[in-house]
Design a binder for this molecule. Structure first.
Ligand code: NAP
Ligand code: ZN
Length: 346
């Protein structure tokens, strides 16, 4: 057993504090990872603040994990000591259901085991990446390509795959017009990935404050949604819209921007329900859909795609003492575009 240092939170309105957590002894297919960097995803905040429902505290969030393998179980074949690896939002699944067999473990019919705020197959609560070590079974460990620095790799394990998967599934590519709502952690990855896939990308942000970055990352157009003319001008324009917004938005206004057969895919996960007027859908045979992270095989494909196309998140590396402040800044959309914790400071 390894005692890992961690940062934990004890309740929705409590600050992060130093903690020690137990990481299990290596089972035959387990890998021990020394975590080097952990990204701060808005989902960490929704969870830590109890917005998605009751949480068992203390909670150690973190599902954008990058580190180095320091030990392997006796039957591990995929990784060896010294490998550069990542872990995302899930650490296990049943492996046998129809969805797992398709490589869509995130949709495991038994429920995937989340990296934190879950219960592992040994009945123990899972704790995430704001810590120095983690034990994960090898099938849920990703290989980080050499050309991607570990600090920049971390956010790809959630922000990268969560945007890559729907862009891939809904066929973003040459000849397709894709809009991204929200230029945050997920949004700024969606822009880069959609552009690299060959789509024409438009950012729909509340203001034009981040326009320069959006264009530099590959968007061809950038509009402020606070300007109502935007919705008139862009009506019926997009084949695909990826909504990354963490709060409630006026979906009908955005659905009006889709072409015939266009799809608006929600990856943003606000706690409150989003209302849809069905006439926004039936008029032009539009779809409103959702998407959850991506499977393990697709996550590896995404990492390799990012390496091949030189894509990486723009990050701000922080120390563990800055987590509370970072949460406040994410809530104020004051981050360009992902905070990443240097776990050596834990
Ligand atoms: P983030 O960095 O905070 O980005 C969210 C962006 O949404 C902000 O940068 C902002 O963009 C926009 N926004 C925020 N509040 C808004 C409001 N009240 N009205 C309109 N726009 C607003 O968050 P993130 O880490 O990218 O995560 C985004 C959402 O995706 C979260 O809800 C998270 O839980 C969810 N998520 C889902 C999955 C999944 O598997 N489906 C995975 C990861 C995360 P502008 O400043 O450009 O307007
Ligand atoms: Zn996430």
């Amino acid at each position: 057993m390894v005692i890992a240092k961690a940062r934990a939170v004890d309740g929705p309105d409590k600050p992060f504090r130093e903690a020690e957590i137990k990481r299990r002894d290596l089972d035959s297919h387990d890998v021990l990872i020394e975590i080097k960097y952990a990204g701060i995803c808005h989902s960490d905040i929704h969870t830590a603040y109890g917005e998605w429902g009751p949480v068992d505290y203390p909670l150690v969030p973190g599902h954008e994990i990058a580190g180095i393998v320091t030990a392997v179980g006796p039957h591990v074949t995929k990784y060896k000591v010294g490998d550069r690896v990542g872990v995302g939002c899930m650490v296990d699944s049943c492996g046998e259901c129809e969805n797992c067999r398709k490589g869509e473990e995130q949709y495991c019919l038994e429920g995937n085991i989340q990296t934190y705020a879950g219960v592992d197959k040994y009945g123990e609560p899972t704790q995430g990446g704001y810590s120095t070590h983690i034990v994960v079974q090898e099938n849920f460990v990703l290989s980080i390509p050499d050309s991607i620095e570990l600090d920049a790799a971390a956010p790809l394990l959630c922000a990268g795959i969560t945007t890559y998967s729907p862009l891939n599934h809904w066929g973003a590519g040459p000849g397709k017009k894709v809009a991204v709502i929200g230029m945050g952690g997920l949004g700024h990855m969606a822009v880069q990935i959609a552009h690299a896939m060959g789509a024409e990308v438009t950012v729909l942000s509340r203001t034009l404050n981040k326009k320069e970055d959006g264009l530099q990352l590959g968007a061809s157009h950038y509009y402020a949604t606070s300007d109502l003319e935007t919705f008139e001008k862009l009506a019926g324009s997009f084949d695909l819209i990826i909504n990354t917004v963490s709060a409630k938005i006026d979906l009908d206004a955005y659905l009006g921007l889709l072409t015939l057969d266009g799809a608006l895919v929600n990856v943003g996960a606000p706690a409150e329900p989003l209302a849809v007027n069905v006439f926004s859908l039936i008029g032009h045979r539009r779809s409103f859909a959702g998407s959850l992270i991506g499977g393990i095989r697709e996550t590896q494909e995404m990492l390799d795609f990012c390496a091949e196309h030189n894509l990486a998140p723009m990050i701000e590396v922080i120390s563990a003492d800055q987590i509370d402040e970072a949460y406040e800044r994410v809530l104020a959309s004051d981050v360009k575009y992902r905070f990443v914790i240097d776990t050596s400071t834990i």
